[in-house]
Ligand binder design. Structure first.
Ligand code: GDP
Length: 336
């Protein structure tokens, strides 16, 4: 297997930090690779770098985008991103793709899916890390966002396919969560999970062009009605439902205008700052959970005991509670 370590001569933390700050793409790419690395020495250096960069750069608009495969995510991101760089924004695209983490092949990583943006000097596209669990991938994505902000990117688009828990993970790290949906054969929405609608700050029905316009409008109306019965997650924002066509470049101005309106509304009320602080705390708890579980599983006494206890619980010989009590004792903790 190819080594995941950053290539080229070793850079000092100062070199990394200076390169990232001046927006050097090669250094930025290597810094992200450092963040993605599972090697303890790389992880320690990555943390040093993040610490060194703390407070540099502004806060980007962090936007999550989800939708089932084929809904038009890449086409939309290519159009929207190009539109934004033309207005002077610097746009980064990251992907959280738990399926690629599992198979080792990145579906979302293919830069040719966003041909215009991939050629754009004001844009930076980074595929999903191809190793790690969803938790590992989202940790990398969160930390990479900090690097991108230090490098002066003011719009970060985080793309995810509607698989597993990835939408919840992405919604937990962005300011705005955009759900893309497709009109089905009737006027219903296709391939959209109920739990995901609850996370949405906006729903955009895609491919509203040609003879699909009427169906897209009908699906949007249906969706508005469904949203109406949900209690709004924010006192300052009622999630709108719009139709877009990335192919015909229609609706993208409106889409961006709404994202900006959301930012203004939540900035003014203080909700945006509170949301970001809340996400940071949540992330801290998530990392504590992950670390504790890792330490627990790696613990010598626990590692030997766990399979035996699991077998006994499976066989119905031992209650789960007593098994946990034994494990906690082996770990050095008194059970509750
Ligand atoms: P993703 O899997 O969500 O990234 O979807 P893609 O962006 O790859 O799009 C899937 C297919 O839908 C491609 O064949 C696109 O050409 C097509 N597509 C994307 N956006 C539009 C659109 O606005 N209108 C139409 N008619 N087709 C589109």
């Amino acid at each position: 297997m190819a080594s995941k370590s950053p290539k080229g001569p070793e850079l000092s933390i100062e070199d990394y930090a200076a390169g990232v700050k001046r927006g050097d793409r090669a250094v930025l790419a290597r810094a992200i690779t450092l963040i993605e690395s599972n090697k303890p020495e790389h992880q320690a250096r990555a943390q040093e770098l993040l610490q060194a960069l703390l407070g540099s750069g502004g806060e980007a608009r962090r936007i999550g985008i989800t939708g089932p495969p084929g809904v038009g995510k890449s086409t939309m991101i290519d159009s929207l991103g190009t539109h934004l760089t033309a207005q002077g924004h610097r746009v980064a695209v990251l992907a959280v793709d738990p399926t690629s983490a599992r198979t080792g092949g990145s579906i979302l990583g293919d830069k040719t899916r966003m041909p215009r943006l991939a050629q754009d000097d004001a844009a930076f596209i980074r595929p999903s890390p191809t190793s790690g669990t969803l938790g590992g991938v989202t940790k990398t994505t969160r930390e990479t966002m900090g690097l991108l902000e230090a490098a002066g990117f003011d719009v970060v688009l985080v793309e995810t396919v509607g698989v597993g828990q990835s939408e919840t993970a992405v919604a937990g790290m962005v300011d705005f969560f955009l759900v893309l949906a497709l009109a089905g054969a009737g006027d219903e929405l296709q391939g959209i999970k109920k739990g995901v609608i609850e996370l949405a700050d906006m729903i955009a029905v895609t491919k509203a062009d040609g003879d699909n316009v009427a169906r897209a409008e009908a699906a949007a109306a249906e969706c508005r009605a469904a949203l109406h019965i949900l209690a709004a997650a924010s006192p300052d924002w009622q999630p709108p439902v719009i139709t877009i066509s990335a192919k015909e470049n229609a609706g993208l101005d409106e889409l961006w205008g709404l994202i900006e309106a959301h930012r203004q509304a939540l900035s003014k009320s203080g909700e945006l700052a509170a949301k970001r602080r809340g996400q940071a705390v949540q992330w801290m708890h998530e990392m504590v959970r992950t670390r504790l579980e890792r330490a627990f599983r790696a613990h010598r006494g626990v590692a030997g005991l766990l399979p035996r206890l699991e077998a006994r619980v499976r066989a119905g010989e031992l209650t789960p509670s007593l098994a946990v009590a034994e494990l906690m004792k082996a770990f050095g903790l008194e059970s509750e």
